[in-house]
Write a protein that binds this ligand. Structure first.
Ligand SMILES: *[C@@H]1O[C@H](CO)[C@@H](O)[C@H](O)[C@H]1NC(C)=O
Ligand SMILES: *[C@@H]1O[C@H](CO)[C@@H](O)[C@H](O)[C@H]1NC(C)=O
Ligand SMILES: *[C@@H]1O[C@H](CO)[C@@H](O)[C@H](O)[C@H]1NC(C)=O
Ligand SMILES: *[C@@H]1O[C@H](CO)[C@@H](O)[C@H](O)[C@H]1NC(C)=O
Ligand SMILES: *[C@@H]1O[C@H](CO)[C@@H](O)[C@H](O)[C@H]1NC(C)=O
Length: 422
């Protein structure tokens, strides 16, 4: 703009002067740029190495030796979670129930019903959220109204997850971890349990189940080339394969694992902002990869030295697979209750809508009444939890102990240098 204006008005008249000024401006810009990059790079890398050194120690060990009371002002702050809960056609009521079981005023929620669900269903979800007095008062539940086309097994799934991450980064500056759920997931602990357990964790830990032992997936997933029409067609159709196959990559190492995860805010920023090219390159690579949600984040994190020691090898879900695993896990029933509880996991999947096991979880693990919220320290008003009292008051129950055991075991693995990006 400035140069444009300058050349229109002064052209010819002060040609020499213009040339001189031009080179002056250019060189000063270059100087500023160089200075900025040096400073910036220096800052970023020293911050990162500090981060890396401490990343394995939970906060209470690293900085808070006297933290039993919390009254000394040194107690770590309570974290916040950012949830994506997504569903498809016919999932409205399931999603609504999962949201209520998961709700806590400290957290952020993004809800997504994909393009396959009818418009009425999506509008219904939106109006339910708008109509809910508590949601509108707290303002922490959002609905993605411009629904995405999501193809099962295709890269559109990862795109959808990254979309939600981006919305959450833009809309809320406060959350610490991102959690990706579907309408057929259900919590096995209360949010008070989860928040209080995570209070003591280093904020850059990521829960991503992963392995580099691709097994049958090397041949069946990594080599075939697939195209997802969901990327460019208005009507949904299944993915298709093209030939020839490709070789396994040599520029990076492939990892695979669970599509369910808990991601730190710093890792989400790394993936979304893309100041390093790796997350972007990986996204392009995984465009033609079947079931990319089971590999994208695993491969990115394990190929990034700044983050590879922040990963704990668990997805925080209880999922019951066949051995060897088939495409779909078992649908959980009341018969799985004991295993679910013993696992110590924060979430279970997958559940049928209205299944008796959900009522059992509500009653025995969450203390949740029909159509209500899972009670927690924040609840006040009549009926209970119709208003937000003190959102910072947590009342952890037995779920927090189960979760703590699992987390301690995972931290132990890492301390012994096991089970990380191998
Ligand atoms: C730890 O707490 C005790 C009792 O509150 C106090 O006397 C002591 O000075 C504290 N130590 C440190 C290192 O803050
Ligand atoms: C919104 O709330 C009103 C009154 O509470 C209720 O009558 C109406 O059915 C609700 N609408 C939806 C879409 O839930
Ligand atoms: C995120 O959630 C959806 C559930 O809708 C799941 O199918 C998907 O694979 C998940 N994971 C990732 C990495 O996108
Ligand atoms: C992380 O990356 C660095 C640099 O490539 C490597 O030396 C280290 O072994 C990796 N750590 C893990 C746990 O993979
Ligand atoms: C639970 O297990 C019992 C005994 O094995 C079986 O009869 C019943 O059908 C099972 N229930 C469900 C819901 O799978």
């Amino acid at each position: 703009m400035v140069f444009g204006v300058y050349s229109i008005y002064k052209m010819g008249a002060v040609n020499m002067e213009k040339k001189w000024l031009y080179s002056l401006v250019c060189s000063s810009l270059l100087c500023v740029f160089l200075l900025a990059t040096t400073f910036n790079l220096g800052l970023v890398s020293s911050l990162r190495s500090i981060d890396t050194i401490f990343s394995l120690f939970p906060t209470h060990m690293a900085m808070n030796q006297n933290a039993t009371s919390g009254s000394d002002g040194l107690a770590p702050p309570i974290p916040r979670f950012a949830y994506l809960v997504s569903g498809s056609k016919g999932d409205l009521d399931k999603l609504w129930r999962t949201l209520h079981a998961l709700y806590h005023p400290r957290n952020q929620y993004v809800l997504h019903l994909d393009l396959e669900s009818p418009v009425e269903e999506r509008l219904q979800l939106e109006s339910r959220v708008r109509n809910d007095t508590l949601f509108s008062k707290v303002g922490n539940v959002r609905v993605i109204t411009k629904a995405n086309m999501v193809t099962y097994r295709g890269p559109t799934m990862v795109a959808n997850t990254l979309h939600a991450c981006a919305i959450l980064l833009k809309e809320s500056k406060e959350w610490d971890w991102f959690i990706n759920l579907s309408a057929s997931d259900y919590p096995l602990v209360t949010q008070d349990d989860l928040l209080s357990t995570f209070t003591n964790l280093k904020r850059d830990l990521n829960f991503i189940e992963h392995t580099s032992q691709l097994g049958w997936k090397a041949d069946k997933r990594a080599m075939p080339l697939m195209v997802d029409p969901g990327l460019y067609m208005t009507k949904k159709s299944d993915i298709f394969w093209v030939t020839p196959k490709r070789e396994l990559p040599s520029a990076f190492k492939l990892f695979t694992g669970s599509a369910w995860m808990i991601l730190s805010r710093s890792f989400v920023e790394y993936c979304i902002w893309g100041w390093d090219n790796l997350p972007r390159i990986m996204l392009m690579y995984y465009t033609n990869f079947v079931s990319s949600p089971e590999g994208y984040f695993q491969t990115v994190i394990c190929n990034t030295p700044e983050f590879n020691n922040t990963v704990l090898n668990h997805d925080m879900h209880y999922i019951s697979w066949d051995t060897p695993p088939k495409q779909h896990p078992h649908t959980l029933t009341v018969n799985d209750t004991k295993n679910m509880i013993d696992s110590g996991a924060a979430f279970g999947r997958k559940f049928k809508g209205g299944s008796p096991v959900l009522d059992k979880i509500d009653k025995e693990l969450l203390g949740r009444k029909k159509r209500g919220f899972t009670p927690g320290g924040w609840c006040s008003g009549k009926p209970k939890c119709s208003e937000v009292g003190n959102p910072d008051k947590l009342k952890p129950g037995p779920g927090a102990q189960r979760l703590q055991l699992l987390v301690d075991k995972l931290l132990d693995d890492v301390k012994q240098g096991q089970n990380q990006c191998i």
